[in-house]
Ligand binder design. Structure first.
Ligand SMILES: NC(=O)c1ccc[n+]([C@@H]2O[C@H](COP(=O)([O-])OP(=O)(O)OC[C@H]3O[C@@H](n4cnc5c(N)ncnc54)[C@H](OP(=O)(O)O)[C@@H]3O)[C@@H](O)[C@H]2O)c1
Length: 266
């Protein structure tokens, strides 16, 4: 079986490598990595047992797939030899905002190019990755991608035109949830709870509500209504959210994020 090469060995590459090994999809000996001038690649190799490549040629000598996992701005400065070295290989990019057209320019001879947008819950296998491929995928490449994305959690194939929207909802979404968690925690402190207890209350409430929502096959409004008796405690809280147009604010939030994603990927 061919090896998988990671160019860039930071947080995202580490999450994928650790997931691949934990799932049993790939033995560490079949995964290689290479970084830039720093120490992340060596650290990842020492921590997981994957091989640290000595050069780009070494990285790609036996690899059928290259996962490009450096920062998006590194693509323009990447070694031009990558165009030849990736000939016949599958290239999977996790670079935010880098379009299939820009991947084609950098890796013109790859057998296929895939643009993906993972999110941070992938670090614990609870992510959702949106992706699109430049050309129709062979069964073998589709299965390979399933393993790679499976290392981070779930995945969803989308037309490229929807990747910016996916980024605004699922890429940035965890930050909105963390902001809401922080607001709930601050609200608890305002009601007199000590900071540690306030954090506990906010986290457990979000976790429990999210699990319940994921397990029940109903709209969130159904579960919301189950908590809300007419003129009761929750109704008082929700009325205040509605009076400040909470939904309108969230709509504007995701629209602003998508506009920025479009600007950055233009
Ligand atoms: N983190 C996320 O949740 C997330 C979500 C979606 C998408 N992404 C995408 O994932 C990518 C990586 O993000 P990250 O958070 O993992 O970044 P990171 O932790 O900063 O890691 C960046 C990696 O790139 C390496 N690198 C730097 N210059 C390089 C070069 N010229 N050639 C090869 N490798 C080079 C670095 O190696 P040295 O240590 O040697 O410098 C390091 O291993 C980004 O493109 C980002 O858009 C991340």
């Amino acid at each position: 079986m061919e090896s998988i090469a990671f160019l860039g060995a930071g947080n995202m590459a580490a999450a994928m490598v650790e997931g691949l090994i934990a799932n049993g999809a790939y033995a560490p000996g079949r995964i290689l990595c290479l970084g830039g001038g720093g120490s992340t690649a060596q650290a990842l190799s020492v921590r997981t047992g994957i091989r640290l490549a000595s050069s780009l040629d070494d990285l790609l000598a036996d690899a059928g797939t290259l996962v490009v996992a450096f920062k998006p701005q590194h693509l323009a400065k990447a070694d031009p030899r990558l165009a030849e070295l990736t000939a016949g290989r599958l290239v999977l990019s996790v670079l935010a905002g880098k379009t299939l057209a820009s991947l084609e320019a950098a890796f013109p001879r790859a057998r296929n190019r895939v643009r993906s947008m993972p999110n941070t819950p992938g670090q614990i296998g609870a992510g959702l990755t949106g992706w699109c491929a430049a050309s129709p995928l062979s069964e073998a490449d589709r299965a390979l991608l399933g393993q790679l994305f499976g290392a981070l959690g779930g995945s969803l194939e989308l037309p490229e035109s929807q990747i910016d929207g996916f980024t605004a909802i699922c890429g940035s979404g965890p930050a909105y949830v963390f902001e809401f968690a922080a607001a709930l925690r601050d609200g608890a402190v305002g009601l007199g709870f000590d900071p540690a207890t306030a954090r506990h209350l906010a986290v457990e409430t979000l976790l429990g509500a999210s699990r319940l929502l994921a397990r029940r096959d109903v709209d969130p409004e159904v579960l919301r209504n189950q908590v809300t008796s007419p003129n009761g405690v929750t109704a008082a809280g929700l009325a205040r959210m509605a009076s400040r147009d909470f939904r309108g604010m969230v709509r504007e939030t995701v629209e602003a994020a998508r506009s920025r994603a479009r600007e950055l990927s233009a």
